[in-house]
Write a protein that binds this ligand. Structure first.
Ligand code: PRP
Ligand code: URA
Length: 207
């Protein structure tokens, strides 16, 4: 399973703001949105296009337009921090939701909500969840998206852990993960180290 690293300097600058424990929720939210634009742009780089032309005020201009249905799927709740950024650059995308919550003790994710658009077979599906830790949540979300018929799936995250990458490599080797960074390990509570803490709590001030 390929991992595509986002190398943009502005993404890495934003990542340091997110990692900084002093960053308050309002700044965390705006920074999450900013970095997500750069990550989503990279994740959507291979969306199919078709040649077309328009008439400018001076002459015809040929170019390309997106020729695929795009579906953005945020994993609730932290994935909501990336959704608006993805929609900003893909405004005609459809949106599906998957709700997953890790158990505080076992770190095993359980699904509590799902609402995916119909007819996903030919769609370009972008799963957005900022944290890929054990990989259990992402693997479950991708199971659900594939069960709904999708065949072209990509995942965008803000911090991936090596363990999560390995989980996806084993369970979904066809899904590319697009991320600025792969952190080396998880702590005994399955939080990414150095990571940035609990993304959902920092996004919504529920610490
Ligand atoms: C976080 C995060 C991922 C998951 C990653 O969500 O947003 O969904 O943990 O961990 P994993 O790779 O080990 O499965 P969490 O379950 O804390 O829920 P929240 O978004 O509601 O805070
Ligand atoms: N979820 C988070 O929000 N952070 C982690 O480090 C791991 C899972």
């Amino acid at each position: 399973m390929p991992v595509r690293l986002v190398d943009h300097p502005l993404a890495h600058d934003a990542l340091m703001t997110l990692r900084d424990q002093r960053t308050v929720a309002a700044d965390f939210r705006s920074t999450a949105r900013r970095i997500s634009v750069l990550i989503a742009a990279e994740a959507l780089r291979d969306v199919p296009t078709a040649q077309t032309s328009v008439q400018t005020v001076l002459a015809p201009a040929t170019g390309r337009r997106v020729a695929s249905d795009i579906v953005i799927v945020p994993v609730l709740r932290a994935g909501l921090g990336m959704l608006e950024a993805a929609l900003e650059i893909a405004p005609s995308a459809r949106v599906g939701y998957i709700g997953l919550k890790r158990d505080e003790h076992t770190a095993v994710a359980s699904r509590y909500y799902m609402n995916l658009p119909a007819k996903l077979h030919d769609s370009f599906v972008l799963l957005v969840d900022p944290m890929l830790a054990t990989g259990g949540s992402a693997a479950d979300a991708i199971d659900a998206i594939k069960a709904a018929g999708a065949t072209h799936i990509r995942m965008a995250c803000i911090v991936a852990a090596a363990e999560g990458v390995a989980t996806l490599e084993a369970r979904h080797p066809d899904v590319t993960v697009v991320t600025p960074v792969v952190d080396p390990h998880l702590n005994d509570r399955k939080y990414i180290v150095p990571g940035l803490g609990d993304f959902g709590d920092r996004l919504y001030g529920t610490l």
